[in-house]
Design a binder for this molecule. Structure first.
Ligand code: FAD
Ligand code: SF4
Length: 568
């Protein structure tokens, strides 16, 4: 393996001309379930990538029109780095990867990889393992000392405040700092990272990857102020007085509610009350006396723990899967995940042709774990009218409509009442973000039209008459998605922001929103989306800010606020 960059390597032909014919797709191995549910370390065995990754990259056909580019909002230069990996020029591959992506070690682990579903090879064969190649390049670059701070050579004398330290805020801050501006990131949580820190669990993104990026950013000159809620601890007028521009990257943090009888019972929590507590426990912040000690987690218990409990998770996306993996590691007695959507087929549906991101049946690492260590609680699911269990012992139950909760002793939840789901009325165009589980897979609130894949709002749903039943529940976790940014945190009023028709912060074509010099990036403007879109938005908003401050910009702008994923 060489880290001596060979510029000539960029003048390339086809990667491995026969690679796609001779080499089958091989994914990165996951650690054995029995081992990984006893710790919080990353699910994947990254070491297995290295002997095979060159051959996997060699499957790339170096297409004349690389549709993988169209799937990726960052415009990642995928055939170029596939070729460089195949030639073992890791340094050049890292340079090409970082040319379009500030944080490839995050996307290489977390992205649902719309590039792979758009890969030309996937028309009649398994796609190139683009995401694994990306993660391997990033990991090799860090291991080889190729990733270094890149402080600006010239300072502009301008200062910018970025509010929110999720992937959008961080990407924006890094771009602007490297562009010569003095950037300060304000974060109301006690640690920097947004959902990368306190939403996504350690077993999917170990926080050491985040911490080393933050060290790089600090060394480049970005300043961080954690524990400052803008709009409350620091008002907008003061922030604007201190800075030449402000970027609002505060995320879409308002959880969708489930307004059904019994919602007020103890033991029913929003996912984002549960997951941050579990992540904090892994960092050593457990509440005194909390239950749920888990080996490999620094201080053991989280304040809300699934230890020994019958857990029901309501929702079908990434957040629900993260609740599932967390509950298993905390020692849940049983788990069921309810998804209001019908059981998807194993392949693309006719209405979701290549290269769009299809809604097909996927088994995440948490679902695989749940099958092996828990299994679906209750024995009488099969043949029962209405809700439909997933195949092969999957703990998901599809077409499940939550009706309400039954109380047990002490005002605690005892059971969840559900029914099958009936669809009514015509499908309408005009849904939100597609291209990943997070965007399309969450369950909408009871009785409402939910957000859907492929830019469509699904038909209205209602409970199927005669299909009601109860499932035991001591702990219920609601993972129904997010409705948008907070309208009442002070940020919206103080910066003069308005909500658009989807309930997100309105912005113009240049990411500008509200008062002059105020910009909006990431989920706050787009609605709940994906890490890759947040990074793309952060980069593009940085270009808009740079142009506002300097009159022109050389920074890349991979997306516009109106851009949407490939949809059917
Ligand atoms: C549980 C979960 C799992 C997910 N898994 C995936 C995945 O596997 N793959 C994927 O691509 N996407 C995933 N997502 C989605 C992804 O995390 C988000 O799309 C992305 O983090 C959005 O980035 P952002 O920077 O816009 O906002 P966020 O990451 O939400 O960051 C916003 C930050 O702003 C801060 N903030 C808010 N208001 C203020 C204020 N007034 N003052 C100061 N700070 C403030 C918040 O505390 C927060 O830290 C997941 C989301 C969740 C909830
Ligand atoms: S579409 Fe697939 S095969 Fe074609 S260049 Fe992109 S990764 Fe390679």
């Amino acid at each position: 393996m060489s880290f001596d960059s060979d510029p000539a390597g960029l003048e390339r032909g086809v990667t491995d001309p026969k690679g796609f014919l001779t080499t089958p797709r091989r994914d990165c191995a996951r650690r054995p379930v029995g081992e990984r549910v006893r710790d919080w370390h990353e699910v994947y065995d990254r070491q297995t990538l290295l002997p095979v990754i060159g051959e996997q990259a060699g499957r790339c056909m170096d297409c004349g029109i690389p549709f993988c580019h169209h799937g990726c909002p960052l415009g990642n230069l995928i055939p170029e780095w596939n070729d460089l990996v195949w030639r073992e020029d890791w340094a050049a591959a890292s340079e090409r990867l970082h040319a379009t992506n500030n944080f490839p070690e995050f996307t290489g682990r977390l992205c649902p990889a719309p590039c792979e579903t758009a890969c030309v090879l996937s028309i009649n064969q398994p796609a190139v393992t683009i995401k694994n190649v990306e993660a391997a390049i990033a990991d090799q670059a860090w291991a080889g000392g190729v990733v270094r701070p890149r402080p600006p050579r010239v300072r502009s004398g301008k200062s910018v405040a970025v509010i929110g330290s999720g992937p959008a805020g961080l990407a924006c801050a890094q771009q602007l700092t490297r562009g010569g501006h003095l950037v300060t990131v304000y974060e109301r949580a006690d640690r920097i990272g947004g959902l990368l820190r306190y939403g996504i669990p350690e077993f999917r993104l170990e926080k050491r990857y985040l911490d080393r990026r933050l060290e790089q950013m600090c060394a480049e000159g970005t300043q961080f102020r954690a524990g400052v809620a803008v709009g409350i601890d620091l008002d907008a007028a003061e922030l604007r007085r201190r800075n030449d521009a402000v970027v609002v990257a505060t995320g879409a943090t308002v959880p969708r509610e489930l307004p059904v009888p019994g919602r007020e019972l103890a033991g029913i929590h929003q996912a984002m009350e549960y997951l941050p507590a579990a992540n904090r426990a892994c960092t050593g912040d457990a509440a005194p006396g909390a239950a749920g000690s888990v080996a490999g987690c620094a201080a053991g218990g989280a304040p809300v723990s699934a230890d020994g409990l019958q857990v029901v998770i309501v929702g079908g996306g990434d957040t629900a899967a993260d609740c599932l993996g967390t509950a298993l590691r905390q020692g849940a007695a049983s788990v069921i995940q309810l998804d209001i959507n019908p059981l998807p087929g194993p392949d693309r549906a006719p209405g979701q042709p290549w290269p769009v991101y299809p809604k097909s049946f996927r088994v995440s690492s948490a679902h695989q774990e749940a099958r092996e260590v828990a299994g679906l609680a209750g024995t009488d699911w099969d043949g029962w009218l209405g809700p439909q269990p997933g195949p092969d012992g999957d703990v998901r139950v599809f077409s499940a409509f939550t009706l309400g909760f039954a109380a047990g002793p002490g005002g605690r939840v005892r059971a969840l009442r559900l029914a099958g789901t009936e669809l009514t009325g015509p499908e309408q165009a005009g849904g939100e973000q597609a291209g990943g589980e997070q965007a399309g897979g969450e369950q909408a609130g009871a009785g409402q039209a939910g957000t859907g894949l492929a830019g469509r709002v699904p038909r209205q749903r209602r409970p199927l008459p005669g299909s009601e039943r109860e499932v035991q529940a001591d702990l219920v976790l609601l993972a129904l998605g997010f409705t948008g940014p907070e309208p009442d945190s002070g940020v919206m009023d103080q910066f003069g922001l308005r909500l658009d028709e989807r309930g997100n912060f309105e912005r113009d074509d240049d990411f500008g929103g509200g008062a002059d010099g105020v910009f909006v990036a990431g989920d706050a403007g787009r609605g709940a989306s994906l890490v890759v879109w947040a990074i793309a938005e952060g980069r593009a908003a940085a270009a808009a800010v740079d142009r506002y401050l300097m009159g022109s910009t050389g920074l890349p702008a991979p997306v516009s606020p109106a851009d949407r994923p490939l949809t059917a």
